[in-house]
Design a protein around this ligand. Structure first.
Ligand code: ZN
Ligand code: ZN
Length: 266
């Protein structure tokens, strides 16, 4: 079984299109590439239901789509018999995480991704030597990132952690100690880790996460393209599958209504 459990429901040009019809090209691309099942995971900050949670202009500017319309599109796609799962990429909301979880709870999610993009008031992926990277030392930036992602893991609100070492995006490496801290949080919480090919398309030029995290943790894994357009579904999955196997993962996690099972990978 091959799953791609991280993508954003957009049209062919990357524009928001939360309709069941927009799902079809993603499924078509998945079939071309031997991906058996795909999970949609739109950013939580695109939805007006969450707009009170985000202090940052980048988030507020995008927070005007309707979560019900998005979920209905995915439910309709399932109704058409498409191999689709309903998910969301949920930014860690810190002290308000429980409150955000309560907003999301009524919806029929198969899985939720826990994600850290913002550390303090800066996106960790805003640019090399910019934002957070200009404000604090590299070690401190990493420490803050791992602290937040570990808290997200331990919160129990998420099934999978997405791009679990996004902080390496510009090639700045985290220490073994920080990876060990994150691995402990992941294993204590029983959350899965995403092997994401998005990092191959970023300056770091490698998969998320570092092999060290898979070695230090016993977490199950999903596979993820982080596609923002249909053409990227299943992108570089040969690399992701080989990496999973090389790091002791012979199965992939499959989720239905937050219930995880393991299927042989491939
Ligand atoms: Zn992300
Ligand atoms: Zn994403």
């Amino acid at each position: 079984m091959i799953v791609d459990y991280h993508m954003h429901l957009r049209d062919e040009r990357g524009g928001i299109d939360h309709t069941a019809d927009a799902v079809e090209p993603f499924v078509e691309r998945a079939r071309e590439r031997g991906v058996d099942e795909i999970g949609f995971t739109e950013h939580v900050y695109y939805f007006e239901q969450t707009k009170d949670f985000w202090p940052w202009p980048y988030y507020q500017e995008r927070c005007h789509f309707d979560l019900d319309v998005y979920v209905d599109a995915l439910v309709e796609a399932k109704g058409r018999g498409l191999p689709v799962k309903a998910g969301l990429e949920v930014d860690w909301a810190g002290e308000r995480a429980d409150e955000l979880a309560a907003v999301l709870a009524p919806y029929p999610w198969d899985f939720l991704l826990g994600s850290v993009h913002m550390v303090g008031d800066h996106a960790i992926d805003t640019g090399a030597e910019l934002g957070l990277w200009a404000e604090v030392t590299e070690d401190e930036a990493w420490r803050r990132y791992v602290e937040m992602l570990s808290a997200a893991a331990r919160s129990g609100h998420f099934d999978v952690l997405s791009h679990p070492d996004l902080a390496k995006i510009y090639g700045v490496r985290g220490s073994d100690d920080l990876y060990a801290e994150l691995a402990a949080a992941v294993d204590d919480a029983g959350v899965a880790l995403e092997i994401s090919t998005a990092g191959l398309r970023k300056p770091v030029g490698e998969l998320y996460p570092d092999a060290r995290l898979l070695a230090m943790s016993s977490a199950p894994v999903t596979l993820a393209s982080d596609a923002h357009e249909p053409v990227l579904v299943g992108e570089d999955f040969d690399d992701a599958v080989a990496f999973a196997r090389a790091n002791g993962r012979d199965t992939v996690s499959v989720f239905d209504a937050h219930v995880r099972r393991q299927e042989p990978i491939g």
